[in-house]
Design a protein. Structure first.
Length: 496
């Protein structure tokens, strides 16, 4: 029961994975990480900016207060020295003590304000040290004022006050520099984190997109291979396409087409074979009767009619050839076995075919002008030779005496190209598409086929070319020529 439920769930999941859903999913996977990265970067930058503003505000307030403390420290020293210089109570005015006390109060307030800013512990200790040194100077000045012999505060006390102020200033500068270094490191850490997370999200997106493309490309390759096999009449292997539901549906339709073509092919071959057998039986009877007619010992009175009987024999031979060609043509539609294909040197094969036609060429004094490049392809040698022989047979037959046949074999990128052009009457453009049909007879020129060709020659050539997944067509002749020009294109890399 659990297995059945799992199988049903898997089938539903496969059906949901259509090409459209995969495209939407791929778009989402590509966009969502980008959106998450942008949101994360926005929040990170917002936090960093807020922290920067807070630190800048704190540093600004601390710097202003530190400067005020240093300024008040200088004022204390100046007021204290002035108060000491006027050590004689008879010369000292009451407001001078008040001025000194006021300066001290401002100094103490500045120190208190600085401590309220939550400064670093080390700076707080230096602030307390500075306050203690100022208190020491004050105690020395006030104490000496009540004694009979006035004692001046030692210069070391003022020197210590200045040193403490300078130390506080330097430590605060170091603190500011350290604070901004931490802020910079935090910004760099955030930037590095954003970069790493962005690369991770990008890698995840790329991995998913790559996996999606792999699935789609595999399905497309399966479709392409299936279509190629159907085009080359290879109907033996069932068609199966994996992947999204849309592409699997196309694979199912191609499988239906394959089975339909098998049925049609079987019917056509059966028709051809039946036709050939029906022709063969009366042919044998005519052949036997003609042999009796041409035997002077049995029927000497029929000797004057020997010429007519000879014509009967010729007609019988032609019908025999039709029978053989029909059988051969019906067998062409069967898929070629893979072991029949082998590496073929096309230039060497074409040279061999041309050499075999030397008698016909010399009889009509035809000039052969050829430009052949060395090319090798995997194919069926018998069928490739049949292509060359039939096209060259037509070119020789339709070429006038002392004419010229131009043959070109070359590599055209992914294809092999063979062109054969003669100086004959040519083929009208509206008939070029029909000349490859079996037993096609167009105008008088086309009807006048070679004696050994019952109208299946070009049809068989087209089947040979189709087996090699190629193309054949009659094209316009070159400038200053009017004969027939045929072009054959065969892929250099033919799939089995």
């Amino acid at each position: 029961m659990d297995g059945l439920f799992t199988s049903c769930a898997r089938m539903k999941f496969k059906n949901l994975l259509s090409l459209k859903s995969l495209i939407v999913l791929g778009f989402a996977v590509a966009v969502i990480p980008l959106f998450v990265g942008v949101i994360y970067a926005a929040f990170g930058l917002r936090e960093t900016a807020a922290l920067g503003r807070t630190i800048n505000s704190q540093v600004f307030e601390q710097t202003k207060t530190i400067r005020l403390v240093l300024q008040k420290s200088s004022d204390i020293e100046r007021k204290a020295r002035l108060f000491v210089l006027l050590s004689d109570p008879a010369l000292r005015q009451p407001y001078e003590r008040e001025s000194y006390e006021s300066a001290r109060a401002s100094f103490k307030q500045a120190l208190s304000d600085l401590l309220k800013l939550h400064v670093d512990n080390k700076i707080a200790l230096l602030v307390n040290e500075l306050s203690e040194k100022e208190n020491l100077i004050y105690q020395q000045i006030i104490g000496s004022e009540t004694e009979d012999s006035f004692k001046l505060p030692i210069d070391e006390a003022f020197q210590g006050l200045r040193e403490s102020s300078n130390t506080l200033s330097r430590e605060f500068e170091n603190h500011v520099e350290h604070t901004f270094n931490e802020l910079r490191q935090l910004s760099e850490s955030l930037e590095q984190g954003l970069l790493i997370k962005g690369l991770v999200l990008l890698a995840m997106s790329c991995a998913f997109v790559l996996a999606l493309l792999t699935v789609l490309s595999r399905s497309m390759r399966q479709l392409d291979s299936s279509i190629r096999r159907l085009g080359s009449n290879d109907l033996q292997e069932p068609i199966e396409v994996n992947g999204p539901a849309d592409l699997r549906y196309l694979g199912d339709r191609l499988e239906w087409l394959r089975t339909h073509l098998i049925v049609l092919e079987s019917s056509k071959q059966q028709l051809m074979q039946n036709l050939a057998r029906e022709i063969e039986q009366p042919l044998q009877a005519i052949r036997e009767a003609s042999e009796h007619l041409t035997n002077p010992l049995d029927q000497p009175e029929l000797i004057p009619e020997a010429g007519i009987v000879q014509q009967m024999g010729t007609g019988v031979d032609k019908l025999k050839l039709v029978s053989e060609q029909l059988l051969k043509y019906s067998q062409l539609h069967a898929a070629p076995a893979p072991h029949q294909k082998q590496a073929v040197d096309m230039k060497e094969l074409l040279e061999t075919v041309i050499e075999s036609f030397q008698d016909s060429i010399q009889t009509k004094s035809i000039r052969i002008k050829k430009l052949l490049r060395p090319i090798r392809i995997d194919g069926i040698p018998e069928q490739l030779r049949g292509i060359f022989e039939q096209l060259l047979t037509n070119a020789i037959h339709y070429s006038p005496a002392n004419g010229e046949i131009r043959i070109m074999l070359r590599d055209a990128g992914e294809h092999l190209e063979l062109e054969i052009e003669d100086d004959g009457p040519g083929i009208e453009s509206d008939q070029r598409i029909h000349v490859f049909e079996p037993f096609y007879r167009g105008n008088k020129t086309l009807a006048d086929q070679p004696g050994d060709n019952p109208g299946l020659g070009l049809a068989m050539v087209r089947e040979y070319v189709t087996h090699h997944q190629g193309n054949i067509e009659f094209i316009d002749p070159r400038q200053d020529h009017q004969g027939a020009r045929v072009r054959v294109q065969l892929p250099l890399d033919i799939e089995a």
